[in-house]
Design a protein around this ligand. Structure first.
Ligand SMILES: CCCCCCCC/C=C\CCCCCCCC(N)=O
Length: 590
């Protein structure tokens, strides 16, 4: 057969050859594409392996070095037992040397990371800084000689900030970030970098580069995240002060699960410049930077030292509001709202008791406590997802292209980030019908992305309206502050966070409204709490999973959150200090 086109004729043979050429070209392209993918993935795996080995080697080298230059066990333990105020005083009056303090914490950090894997690498320049501190004469800065640990996503000159993603290996930072510069200027000694989960948008603790961090109170359980290494290292006694980030609870969840204090400031109160976050452009609910510490004095010292002209000069977007002692030291009785149940899944009995006990302490101290109902938690969760996943999670999937996805992140990554919208809707239908829970659908649809600028502006208006509504509820009750559970439950087994992820409502609420929130350890799970867990209501799938995964948690730490309106960090710290003091006094008398 012949086909006649305008200027030439094509016979069967020619058609056949064209088809063969097309098929050959197509298969060449396809195999090229597949081979390129295989090659890229191979390169990524090699890069991950190399970085993991470098990290292990650096930790081992530090261990070997300390064997020769370390302190005696007794001297080390005396230093490690000191609360922040005593440590600071002794460094200031010269009765402790910065180098000894550094060695004590280096050796404890290296010791605990062997089992808990919380340290990513030591900061080798610390020693030189400690020696310089000890040679210094004249007036000492407030953080003189205090070793501080940093979440891996804090930019430190010469080190990568990977966020657990292979793409960012071998990208050493040209400079320290604003917080690190200010800390150094105030005399602090950054000495360890700590682990985090891949992308940081999950409250697990594992990534393919540095592996999995475990809970210092029960290594089979997770330390929470994403400031996992910080929570773990401080909880295990290997650091006295650390810094992390928090967009949905990343400071507060590990603080709660590891039994340490933290403060998530209002975004804007201290600099957030120079931290690695995948979706820096999602500014409606941005990540906060903040301190974690063994005690409230550590948080106060950190805030006082950061809120200084040095930081205001380095980052002019930060309003120059120094630490206000008149608010922190005030004794005026306050009206404080409280809740145990956010209106989605209830908190477990131990967390509920934590709030109840803090309520009693505060009432005894003369404050008025009023039950508070959180307005529309479903809306807060939907807004959170719209604001952080509004690009349909493209930034996340681009960042992880060719990467190895960590097993602890696979389900989250697939369902929230990668799945097409129709599949998200099907999954949402499953949660609603089988799980008796309409909220995941809203979140998943939000994570499919905002489709137009006018819809985006609608989200902005909704967010403003929600923030106003929350403010009006507080005003209606004349509330100065709020206390609420540190999280919905204590630490659960490693790798299971996705099965209970709705619980993030307990922390990300305060990111959505941008209120400062501190977290304070107040109690531990008791046998009685464990018995009461039997009656925990299990209406939704998440609640069922919480009940199941919370079993066997006797002895684990429980925190309470302290919250105040924007820019009232000093008020949050005042309440935390008041409760911490009352608990310590109670312990002394019992
Ligand atoms: C499968 C859908 C579940 C939806 C229900 C719960 C809503 C949770 C929304 C987003 C999950 C992201 C978890 C963020 C953890 C953030 C920790 C952090 N970086 O501060």
């Amino acid at each position: 057969m012949k086909f006649k086109f305008s200027s030439f004729e094509v016979d069967d043979g020619m058609l056949h050859s064209a088809a063969v050429i097309t098929a050959a070209t197509f298969s060449c392209l396809m195999s090229g594409f597949v081979l390129q993918n295989i090659w890229r993935k191979y390169i990524v795996r090699q890069r991950i392996k190399r970085r993991r080995e470098e990290s292990k080697l650096s930790i081992q080298k530090m261990g070997d070095y300390l064997m020769q230059h370390g302190l005696s066990v007794d001297k080390r333990n005396i230093i490690l037992d000191m609360p922040m105020a005593e440590l600071q005083r002794k460094l200031q009056n010269g009765s402790l040397k910065a180098l000894d303090v550094l060695r004590a914490y280096q050796s404890k950090a290296i010791e605990v990371t062997k089992d808990l894997n919380c340290v990513v690498e030591p900061i080798w320049e610390a020693e030189e800084q400690a020696i310089a501190c000890d040679f210094m004469t004249g007036k000492k800065s407030p953080l003189h000689g205090i070793p501080v640990s940093l979440k891996e996503n804090y930019h430190v000159q010469g080190y990568d900030s990977t966020g657990g993603m292979a793409k960012f290996i071998d990208c050493p930072q040209p400079d320290d970030n604003v917080i690190v510069k200010t800390l150094k200027e105030q005399g602090a000694i950054p000495f360890m970098r700590t682990n985090l989960p891949q992308t940081m948008m999950v409250y697990e603790s594992s990534n393919p580069i540095y592996g999995e961090t475990r809970n210092p109170h029960d290594p089979k359980r997770g330390p929470g995240g994403s400031s996992s290494g910080e929570g773990c290292l401080i909880g295990a006694g290997g650091s006295v002060l650390g810094f992390g980030t928090d967009i949905g609870g990343s400071l507060r969840i590990p603080a709660h699960m590891c039994g340490v204090c933290c403060l998530k400031p209002t975004v804007g109160r201290i600099s957030t410049e120079g931290t690695h976050e995948v979706h820096k452009g999602a500014t409606l609910v941005p990540g906060a930077t903040g301190p974690l510490s063994r005690d409230v004095d550590g948080l106060v010292l950190a805030m006082k030292s950061l809120l200084v002209s040095h930081m205001f000069e380095l980052d002019r977007s930060v309003p120059p509001i120094p630490f206000r002692p008149e608010i922190y030291e005030d004794h005026r009785p306050l009206r404080i709202g409280y809740f145990h149940d956010i209106g989605y899944m209830p908190s477990v009995p131990a967390c509920e008791r934590g709030v109840r006990e803090v309520r009693e302490i505060l009432e005894k101290n003369g404050h008025t406590l009023i039950e508070f109902k959180v307005p529309r938690v479903d809306k807060a969760l939907e807004l959170f997802a719209q604001c952080v996943f509004g690009d349909g999670c493209k930034t996340f999937t681009d960042a992880l292209k060719y990467d190895v996805v960590d097993p602890s992140f696979k389900l989250t990554y697939f369902l929230i980030h990668q799945a097409p919208e129709w599949l998200k809707r099907v999954a949402g239908f499953f949660y609603r019908t089988v799980g008796h829970d309409p909220i995941p659908k809203k979140v998943l649809v939000a994570a499919a992305g905002i489709k137009s600028v006018s819809k985006w502006w609608g989200v902005v208006e909704d967010l403003q309206a929600y923030r106003k509504k929350f403010e009006m509820e507080m005003r209606a009750n004349k509330l100065d502050a709020i206390i609420s559970p540190g999280f919905a439950y204590a630490a659960i087994p490693l790798g299971k966070a996705f099965l209970t992820v709705g619980a993030v409502a307990y922390t990300n609420l305060y990111n959505v409204i941008n209120y400062p929130a501190g977290s304070l350890p107040v109690t531990k799970v008791t046998e009685e709490d464990e018995k009461l867990l039997e009656n925990y209501p299990t209406k939704t799938l998440y609640a069922k999973n919480i009940k199941k995964l919370s079993k066997g948690s006797v002895g684990l730490p429980i925190n309470v959150q302290f919250v105040a309106p924007p820019y009232q960090e000093e008020l949050v710290l005042r309440l935390m200090k008041e409760v911490e003091t009352s608990i310590k006094l109670g312990e002394r008398h019992s």
